[in-house]
Write a new protein. Structure first.
Length: 127
């Protein structure tokens, strides 16, 4: 016997497409990295998304997650070294070089994901 006054159960919650592993999620990660130059916290959100979805997408998207994660950690290392070297004034040049390096890697990643291509060598420190 069912009660006529009982409301129907709520529909299953669908997650947003950008949270699920895939091309859209990778694009969001790259964009969060770029916005991180203005609003620093977005970079941390990007790395969390990359770690959450790595290993779930499979195929060519996995190369982008590896590329994004390595971009974050190498940039963090470069930023730390540049801060240490600012005492001898060469750190300012290194900080600019690291920023350009991150921007170029994000643009390369965005272009590759928009074409549906993997990153050729995601383990690389270079481009």
């Amino acid at each position: 016997m069912t009660d006529q006054n009982t409301p129907p159960p709520p529909p299953a919650r669908q997650t947003d497409r950008w949270l699920e592993p895939g091309a859209t999620n990778v694009q969001i990660i790259y964009i969060l990295y770029l916005v991180g130059f203005v609003i620093g916290i977005t970079t941390l959100i990007g790395i969390v998304l990359a770690y959450m979805n790595r290993g779930k997408a499979g195929g060519w998207i996995e190369t982008h997650y590896t590329w994004a994660i390595r971009t974050f950690w190498i940039a963090l290392l470069g930023g730390f070294v540049s801060i240490l070297l600012m005492f001898v004034f060469i750190g300012f040049l290194l900080a600019i070089a690291v920023a350009i390096w991150v921007i170029v890697r994000c643009i390369v990643g965005l272009q590759a994901v928009s074409r549906g291509e993997p990153i050729r060598n995601p383990e690389s420190w270079m481009l």
